[in-house]
Design a protein around this ligand. Structure first.
Ligand SMILES: Nc1ncnc2c1ncn2[C@@H]1O[C@H](COP(=O)(O)OP(=O)(O)O)[C@@H](O)[C@H]1O
Ligand SMILES: N[C@@H](CCOP(=O)(O)O)C(=O)O
Length: 319
């Protein structure tokens, strides 16, 4: 259950008047999701999603919501935040930050085929290009600095073998980040969490993607690696599935052609993307936040993927 703050239609009767949405007609709590309280909201103007942010504050949210607005205005299928009569995208509801965004059609595809992967690859490349001139900036808050700061906190909970793996991979990624190869990679605002559960399909047609609350400025290749590590693998072994990888990469490449630097950085970035989620899952498991609400995701999934990416070089990127 992921409605942590309850809201009724009565609560919205006055509140909704600040938005150009007409009256609130129906409100239904959304049970999936782990961070925020989400509701499907029907108003006289259409279908929306109301989110009450349980962890992010008023000062952090404009980056994410303005980025969604920027992308929606450029034709990327993401929820479009609705501004109130003061032009604000984040407003208080029950004392917490809240937003209203357009509702996407469709449902998640948890067993993706090459056609779904191709649709995701094309959309991701378009998103990277469309975000390039986004004026606000925020680093990826789950990037290298966070890995370096967080690894010592989880090391005491790890087996000697896993502690060695984590320490060596952080060293490897720090050294790689110093290289000209890494520094020449294209970068900009990226989604950074484009997992299967954050993308909607109607049949094989991608209808949109959401959950931008890990977005930040990072390399485009890192974002692609995060995506491939979730969409294009055998879930039991973590091995890359050649057909799905080829479909996703070819579709991305057709919109935003890869460079020689991308090709050289592909294996390190697949490793970095696996490390990022292994570490966050370890952290959530061993050091849950006070307000942590649901069972954490399994870290061993990304430990397996990391080991696999270290030992098995991926097929080269199309350049
Ligand atoms: N704009 C949207 N359109 C349609 N459904 C949405 C939208 N935003 C969220 N949802 C639904 O709400 C669920 C929870 O959203 P999510 O962002 O994953 O929550 P949380 O931030 O709490 O993890 C999603 O799985 C999806 O079904
Ligand atoms: N994708 C991350 C966790 C973030 O959860 P989300 O529901 O907000 O996408 C993981 O799998 O560890």
């Amino acid at each position: 259950m992921a409605v942590f703050t309850s809201v009724t239609l009565d609560d919205l009767a006055q509140w909704i008047k600040q938005f150009p949405l007409g009256k609130a007609l129906a409100l239904e709590g959304i049970s999936s999701g782990i961070e925020n309280s989400n509701f499907f909201l029907t108003t006289e103007r259409g279908e929306y999603v109301l989110t009450i942010f349980e962890n992010l504050g008023f000062e952090q949210l404009p980056f994410y919501l303005q980025l969604m607005r920027h992308l929606a205005a450029r034709g990327i299928p993401v929820p479009d935040p609705v501004a109130n009569d003061q032009g604000e995208l984040v407003v208080a509801l029950h004392g917490k930050p809240a937003s209203v965004v357009s509702r996407l059609d469709g449902s998640s595809q948890m067993d993706p085929q090459p056609a779904h992967c191709a649709a995701v690859g094309a959309m991701l490349a378009k998103m990277h290009l469309a975000a390039h001139d986004f004026p606000l900036s925020q680093p990826n808050l789950r990037g290298l600095d966070w890995w370096v700061a967080t690894a010592p906190k989880v090391l005491p909970y790890l087996s000697p073998d896993n502690a060695r793996l984590l320490t060596r991979e952080i060293d490897y990624q720090q050294a790689f980040a110093e290289t000209g190869n890494y520094q020449r990679l294209a970068r900009g605002p990226v989604h950074a969490d484009l997992f299967r559960n954050n993308v909607m399909f109607v049949g094989e047609q991608l209808s949109g993607c959401f959950d931008f609350y890990f977005a930040g400025v990072d390399t485009w290749l890192f974002d692609l690696a995060v995506t491939v590590n979730d969409w294009c693998i055998d879930l039991a072994t973590g091995e890359l599935d050649e057909r799905r990888v080829a479909a996703l990469l070819a579709a991305y490449h057709a919109v935003r052609p890869f460079t020689l630097d991308d090709r050289d950085a592909w294996q390190p970035m697949l490793r970095a993307a696996a490390l990022r989620f292994w570490l966050s899952r370890l952290y959530d498991l061993h050091l849950p936040r006070e307000a942590e609400l649901l069972t954490p995701h399994d870290p061993t999934h990304f430990e397996r993927i990391l080991r696999e990416r270290i030992t098995t070089p991926p097929a080269g990127l199309p350049v």
